[in-house]
Design a protein around this ligand. Structure first.
Ligand code: PLP
Length: 361
C-alpha cells in the first residue's frame, strides 16, 4: 500500500489513525454486528454516536452552552441561502465582505432574500489580501455581517475578527475550522463543509447562537429551517450518519494531537516551512500579501505558466498530488490541512528546491 501526499483543497487527506479505526470498525461497530453505515439513525447505538460527536466538538472548540450545533447536508453552499433565509428577518439587511470566490457566491445568493450590501472587498487586487477593519462599511441595523474566514482558492485568511458591534457575525469556516482555537462567542453563526478538516463530504456543521434561531422567511423549506433542525436535533430526516461518525473519530484524533492548540502549532510549523522557502526562492513566489497568508492553502507560482505546468507534472509524478492552482488564480496551491503531516510539507519543499536548482541553471 502506498499513500501519497495529497495537497487537494478538498475533499482532502484524513488522519491515518482515523481511517485505520474506521476500517477496523467497518464490519462490526462495537459488537453491533453492523457497520455504522448500515445503522438506523434512530437506533440507540447511533444516538450515542451523534451525541458523543456533538459533545466532542463542543469540548474541542469550547462552544458555549448558548450555542446550538447542527449536523446538516447540502454543503457550505446551501448555507449561502440558508443563512439569509433564516437571519434576514428583522431589518432585512445584511453586510457581506467579499474577499474571494466563495464569499462572492454567498453575496450573490443572499441578494435573493433581502437588501445585501458590500461591506468591503479586495476584488480590484484579485483578492490578494483581506480588507482591513477600517475599510469596512458596516450598517448598525443589519441583521448580520458575513465573512469567509479562509479563502481556499486565493490563499488568504482573516487574522482578525471583524468588530461588528451588536450585529451578529456569520463566518464560513469551511477551510480553516479546527485548524486553531477560535473564540466562538465572537460569532453569531459559524458554518463549515466537513470535507477539509472534519471528515467526508456530505456533512455541513452549523454552530448558531440560540437567540438567532427563530422563525425564518415564509418560503423557507423545512430542510433549510434552523428552528426545525434545532427542534429535531438535526434529525428531521436522515442525517449524514457515516460522515458524522467519522467526524467523531477525527475529534478523538484532534484531542490526541493536543487539541486545537496542538494542531495550531503543527499547522504553523508546516506553513512556515513552505512560506520561508517561498520567500527565499528565486523562481517561486507567493501570490498574496504576507500579513494575510493562509495557514491552510498556500498559493504560489513560478515566472511562467509553462514552468508552472512543468512543476505540477513533475510533482505529480513524484507522488505530490493536486498541486495545480485554481483556474481563477493559476499557478499552484498546496492545501496543507490538519491531516497533512510535517514530513509531507518537508518533502514538498525538498522537491521544490531540487526543481529550482534544475531550472535556474
Ligand atoms: N466555502 C469555502 C471556504 C470553501 O472552501 C468551499 C469549498 O471548497 C465552499 C464554501 C463550498 O463548499 P461545499 O462544496 O461544501 O458546498
Amino acid at each position: 500500500m502506498t499513500r501519497i501526499f495529497n495537497f487537494s483543497a478538498g475533499p482532502s487527506m484524513l488522519p491515518v489513525p482515523v481511517l485505520e479505526r474506521a476500517a477496523a470498525e467497518m464490519l462490526d461497530y462495537e459488537g453491533s454486528g453492523m457497520s455504522v453505515m448500515e445503522m438506523s439513525h434512530r437506533s440507540k447505538v447511533y444516538d450515542k454516536i451523534i451525541k458523543d460527536t456533538e459533545a466532542k466538538l463542543r469540548e474541542v472548540m469550547g462552544i458555549p452552552e448558548n450555542y446550538k450545533v447542527l449536523f446538516l447536508q447540502g454543503g457550505a453552499t446551501l448555507q449561502f441561502a440558508m443563512v439569509p433565509m433564516n437571519l434576514l428577518v428583522k431589518s432585512g439587511k445584511a453586510d457581506y465582505v467579499v474577499s474571494g470566490s466563495f464569499s462572492g457566491k454567498a453575496y450573490k445568493e443572499a441578494q435573493k432574500y433581502g437588501k445585501i450590501s458590500l461591506a468591503g472587498t479586495s476584488k480590484a487586487d484579485n483578492f490578494n489580501h483581506i480588507p482591513k477593519q477600517e475599510e469596512l462599511t458596516l450598517d448598525p441595523e443589519a441583521d448580520y455581517v458575513h465573512i469567509c474566514h479562509n479563502n481556499t482558492i486565493y490563499g488568504t485568511t482573516f487574522k482578525y475578527i471583524p468588530e461588528t458591534g451588536n450585529v451578529p457575525l456569520v463566518s464560513d469556516m469551511s477551510s480553516c475550522i479546527l485548524s486553531e482555537p477560535v473564540d466562538v462567542s465572537k460569532f453569531g453563526l459559524i458554518y463549515a463543509g466537513a470535507q477539509k478538516n472534519m471528515g467526508p463530504a456530505g456533512l455541513t456543521v452549523v454552530i448558531i447562537r440560540e437567540d438567532l434561531v427563530g422563525e425564518p422567511q415564509p418560503l423557507t423549506p423545512v430542510m433549510m429551517n434552523y428552528q426545525e433542525m434545532v427542534a429535531n436535533d438535526s434529525m428531521y430526516n436522515t442525517p449524514p450518519t457515516y460522515a458524522i461518525y467519522i467526524l467523531g473519530l477525527v475529534l478523538d484524533w484532534v484531542k490526541d494531537m493536543g487539541g486545537l492548540e496542538g494542531l495550531k502549532a503543527n499547522n504553523e510549523k508546516k506553513a512556515n516551512l513552505l512560506y520561508d522557502y517561498l520567500d527565499s526562492s528565486k523562481i517561486f513566489k507567493t501570490t498574496v500579501l504576507k500579513e494575510d497568508r493562509s495557514m491552510m492553502n498556500v498559493t504560489f507560482r513560478t515566472e511562467t505558466p509553462e514552468l508552472d505546468d512543468a512543476f505540477v507534472k513533475e510533482a505529480t509524478a513524484k507522488g505530490f498530488s493536486n498541486l495545480k492552482g485554481h483556474r481563477a488564480v493559476g499557478g499552484m496551491r498546496a492545501s496543507i490541512y490538519n491531516a497533512m503531516p510535517v514530513e509531507g510539507v518537508q518533502a514538498l519543499v525538498d522537491f521544490m528546491k531540487e526543481f529550482e536548482a534544475k531550472h535556474s541553471e
